[in-house]
Design a protein. Structure first.
Length: 438
């Protein structure tokens, strides 16, 4: 999740709240509805039970109940409402609606107490309300229990209908909330997406600064980024100007030294070395070491320009130089640095090649890969180690892997790249340069 975008994180968090909130709301509402319906059923059965008690009479040891009860459902067989009267465990009376029933074993509450419960009789659910009252006959007091049963099928259907309706509408509301959430997130995060697009355009070189209006929080970020871009550009320009002046000022005394007639011939080589060192260090200083704001440079046009130059320089060899760039590879680097880097590598390959050089560009996830191959004699393994040892030079390598490799290493190091040497299927060496996205 740590790699998710801000929009994805916000949507996931809100969706998680909905996933938890909607079911909990449904369960709470369903439970509240069931409890309310149960209380209503209890109150209804209590009233019916009181009606039975009011119609019950005992005279001279005989029980008297009217033929037609106040509740018509008790007068209709299998109506779903049933009544029973018992004393201790002995059945005394049952309603016409329970004509074909065997008196069920029901709870006998204490005198003056009531009992409400759900039971199953003959595999069917019922609500039962029982109450025990005390009566007097011939000077004797005796308890009588009154039971009223109501089928729970209608109750269960109502609960089921309520549950279906509740989940149906909560589901619709949840979908509407998700749609509203997506729209609101898109609207709220749109400035961030716009800023991200502009940053990508700056990295690609489409524009030099961030523009447009943003919310106050992002406006400060935009101003800070523009200030960073301006500062880096001015700093790089100052470096170029200062180092250019330094190079010019150093070259003039060196030219004077070289023109002195009394200068011994043995001093020519040290002066040439000084010129070479100055050139390397100036190049190293102005290289884009670690900058993440350089404009992207398309490699194909740059390499095609170098290939045309190499074809002329090594025209006597009639070289065939192939370039493959299926993904239109580009690098965030200084164009002059790339010209010098790949110019040296191509020049070395052309010097070593017998008739063919192949350049292949590819992108693998966050890795940009440039391969330069030739059909020359190749580079022996022991000499590869010397080339790959940073700072080493191979002045004696006849095919050209010499002075230019020091500059190549400096430039690759400045952009945190890697260099590898392998055997090519063309017969010569394969130089692999890798740069990683920052």
């Amino acid at each position: 999740m740590q790699h998710w975008s801000l929009k994805r994180r916000s949507f996931a968090a809100a969706l998680l709240v909905l996933v938890v909130f909607v079911p909990l709301t449904a369960l709470i509402l369903e439970q509240a509805f069931t409890n309310s319906l149960s209380h209503s059923m209890k109150a209804q059965l209590r009233l019916q039970n009181l009606g039975l008690i009011s119609e019950f009479e005992v005279k001279n040891g005989e029980i008297h109940m009217p033929e037609q009860l106040f509740n018509d459902r008790l007068n209709i067989p299998e109506s779903g409402t049933y009544a029973f009267i018992s004393m201790h465990l002995l059945p005394l009376w049952q309603s016409v609606s329970a004509l074909h029933w065997q008196p069920p074993g029901l709870a006998l509450p204490a005198v003056g107490e009531e009992h409400f419960d759900r039971v199953r009789i003959n595999s069917k659910p019922y609500f039962v309300f029982s109450y025990t009252a005390q009566f007097e006959d011939k000077g004797l007091m005796f308890p009588v229990s009154f039971h009223v049963l109501e089928s729970a099928e209608i109750f269960n259907r109502e609960v089921q209908d309520f549950r279906y309706t509740l989940w149906y509408w909560l589901g619709i509301i949840a979908l509407l909330l998700i749609a509203l959430l997506i729209l609101s997130l898109n609207g709220a995060l749109k400035p961030i997406g716009k800023l991200e697009t502009q940053v990508a355009e700056v990295q690609q070189g489409s524009q030099g600064r961030l523009s447009g209006h943003y919310p106050p929080e992002l406006e400060k970020l935009k101003d800070s980024l523009n200030h960073l871009l301006d500062s880096e550009q001015h700093q790089r320009q100052r470096y170029h100007n200062s180092l250019g002046d330094l190079a010019h000022n150093l070259k003039t005394p060196l030219a004077v030294l070289k023109s002195l007639e009394e200068l011994p011939s043995s001093a020519n080589e040290p002066i040439a070395q000084i010129e070479h060192i100055i050139g390397r260090q100036l190049k190293r200083a102005v290289a884009g070491a670690g900058s993440g704001w350089q404009q992207a440079v398309a490699l194909s046009p740059l390499l095609e320009k170098l290939i045309r130059a190499m074809t002329k320089v090594h025209g006597a060899k009639h070289l065939k130089i192939d370039l493959t760039d299926a993904q239109a590879l580009s690098l965030h680097a200084d164009e002059t640095d790339l010209m010098e880097l790949f110019g040296n590598l191509l020049d070395n390959a052309c010097k070593a090649a017998k008739g063919r050089v192949r350049v292949t560009l590819s992108q693998q996830q966050d890795q940009s890969r440039i391969e330069i191959e030739d059909d020359g004699p190749g580079i022996p393994p022991q000499e590869r180690q010397q080339i790959l040892a940073r700072g080493k030079r191979l002045d004696s390598y006849e095919s050209g892997q010499g002075l230019g490799m020091a500059i190549v290493w400096d430039l690759i190091g400045a952009y945190q790249g890697q260099l590898d040497i392998q055997d090519s299927d063309l017969g010569g060496a394969r130089i692999i340069v890798r740069f990683y996205s920052r």
